[in-house]
Design a protein around this ligand. Structure first.
Ligand code: ADP
Ligand code: DP6
Length: 382
C-alpha cells in the first residue's frame, strides 16, 4: 500500500508546500463542523469536488486528534483509529491520502516512507457527526508537518478536501464556505473561504445522539446513489445559490430566526433527496423526527432554536447560550435520545511538531499490538 513514488491516480496539489524541517512526529487537532447549508453530490468524485456550495459552523467540542510519524522505509502504513487498527477501505482511504503527501514530499527531495497514524475522534465515528471532516483535516495538518513541510490554511484545506470534502471546512474555524468553481481548462475545483471567525457569534450547537453506531452506508456512496437516482437531484443543484446567500445574510446579521428557516430547509431538502434515492437511503430514525417536532414546539412557544441533521440519525440544534439549558432539557426528554452535548463555535486546526516522537513505541509497533475489530459492518462503507 505504501509507495515511494507511485504515479498518483488523481491530480494532486503540488504547490503551496514549503520544506522546513523533519520532526520525529506531528500532532494536529481539528474540530468537526456542521453544514448550515449542505452539500450533497460531487461534480468530480475522484477529486471530491462538491456539486453544490455549502456553509458550515465549526463545532468546538467535537474534536479529532491525530499524530503522524513517517519512517524512512517503505512498507505498509499502520493506521490506528480510536485504539483499533483500521484496514480495508478505511485504511486504504488514509494510505491513499498519505500517498499524496509522500509525492509532494519527494518533489521537495524529502523522501518519506511508511507512516504510523494514531487518531482519536472524541465523538462517535461515522454516525453523521462529520468525523471524516475533522479526521481528514487533522490528518492533513499532522502529515504535512511530520513530512517536514508547512503550508497555509488554504493549501491544507484544499489537501484535506481530497480526503473528505467537508474536511476542507474544518481546517478553518468559525463559519466557513466551500464552493465549487470551473477552471478555464474546464475542470472542476472548489475553494473554501472563512466567512466569520469563531468570535463573531456566540451560538450553541446541541448535539443530540440517538445512535452512536456506524451508519450502514457511508456518505461517499450514499451521495453517488442520490445523484444517480433521485428525481429531485436537479432541483437540489439549482437551489443552493439562493440558500447560501440567505445564510450569509443571517450570519452577518446574527439573525437566528432567519438562519433557522434556511438551515432547516437545507437539511430537510437533503433528507428528501436521500429518501427518494433508489434503493432509498433513510438516515433518520424515529427519535430524529421526534427531535425535529420538539424543536418546532420550542419555537412556537417562544424559544428560538433550529435543527439540522447530516448523513446520520443524530440531530444538532442551534440556539443562543441563554436558552441552552431549556433546549437541552426538552431534547433530553425525547424517548430514544442517549445524550445531548452542547458545543460552542470552534476555531481552526492546531498543529504541533514533536522533536521526540511522543509515542515512540507505536512508531515501530506491529499491527498485532492493537485491536483489530474495527471494520464497519457494511461492505458498502467507503
Ligand atoms: P461521518 O458522518 O462521521 O463523517 P462519513 O461516512 O462521512 O461519516 O465518514 C466516516 C469515515 O471517515 C470513516 O468510516 C473513516 O473511513 C473516516 N474517518 C473518520 N474519522 C477518521 C479519522 N480520525 N482519521 C481518518 N479517517 C477517519
Ligand atoms: C451531509 O464530506 O463526509 O455532511 O467527501 O465523500 O467524505 P465525502 O463526504 P462528506 O459529506 C458531507 C455531507 C454532509 C453535508 C455537508 O457537510 O455539507
Amino acid at each position: 500500500m505504501t509507495r515511494w513514488c507511485k504515479p498518483m491516480a488523481q491530480e494532486i496539489p503540488l504547490e503551496g508546500f514549503e520544506p522546513i524541517d523533519r520532526p520525529a512526529a506531528a500532532t494536529a487537532r481539528a474540530c468537526s463542523n456542521v453544514a448550515l447549508v449542505k452539500y450533497w453530490g460531487k461534480v468530480d468524485e475522484q477529486r471530491r469536488v462538491p456539486a453544490t456550495g455549502s456553509l458550515s459552523v465549526t463545532l468546538g467540542g467535537l474534536t479529532t486528534e491525530t499524530t503522524v510519524a513517517f519512517s524512512d522505509r517503505e512498507g505498509p502504513d499502520l493506521v490506528v483509529l480510536d485504539g483499533r487498527h483500521i484496514g480495508g477501505r478505511e485504511g486504504a482511504r488514509v494510505s491513499i491520502f498519505l500517498d499524496m503527501i509522500r509525492s509532494v514530499s519527494l518533489l521537495h527531495r524529502l523522501p518519506i516512507g511508511a507512516a504510523s497514524v494514531r487518531s482519536a475522534n472524541y465523538f462517535p465515528t461515522a454516525a453523521g457527526l462529520a468525523s471524516s471532516a475533522s479526521g481528514f483535516a487533522a490528518l492533513a495538518g499532522a502529515a504535512v508537518r511530520a513530512a517536514g513541510m508547512k503550508a497555509s490554511f488554504d493549501t491544507l484545506s484544499n489537501l484535506a478536501r481530497l480526503g473528505s470534502a467537508s474536511a476542507a471546512r474544518s481546517v478553518h474555524g468559525g463559519f466557513v464556505e466551500l464552493v465549487p468553481f470551473k477552471r478555464e481548462n474546464g475542470s472542476w475545483d472548489a475553494r473554501t473561504s472563512p466567512v466569520a471567525s469563531e468570535n463573531h457569534w456566540d451560538l450553541r450547537v446541541l448535539v443530540s445522539v440517538v445512535d452512536a453506531g456506524y451508519k450502514p452506508l457511508g456518505s461517499t456512496p450514499a451521495m453517488a446513489r442520490t445523484a444517480a437516482t433521485s428525481p429531485y437531484y436537479d432541483g437540489w443543484l439549482g437551489s443552493w445559490g439562493k440558500d447560501l446567500a440567505e445564510a450569509h445574510e443571517a450570519i452577518a446579521a446574527r439573525d437566528l430566526e432567519r438562519l433557522a428557516s434556511i438551515v432547516e430547509h437545507s437539511a430537510l431538502k437533503l433528507h428528501a433527496l436521500t429518501m427518494t434515492s433508489r434503493p432509498p437511503v433513510q438516515f433518520l430514525r424515529g427519535p430524529s423526527i421526534e427531535l425535529m417536532h420538539t424543536v418546532w414546539d420550542l419555537r412556537s412557544s417562544g424559544t428560538l432554536c433550529a435543527f439540522t441533521a447530516d448523513a446520520g440519525p443524530n440531530i444538532k440544534v442551534l440556539c443562543s447560550p441563554s436558552d441552552e439549558e431549556r433546549v437541552r432539557a426538552a431534547l433530553m426528554s425525547v424517548n430514544g435520545v442517549q445524550s445531548v452535548q452542547a458545543t460552542a463555535v470552534g476555531g481552526p486546526i492546531d498543529v504541533v511538531a514533536h522533536d521526540v516522537d511522543p509515542a515512540g513505541s507505536w512508531r515501530t509497533m506491529s499491527a498485532d499490538n492493537v485491536e483489530k475489530d474495527a471494520e464497519p459492518s457494511s461492505s458498502e462503507r467507503d
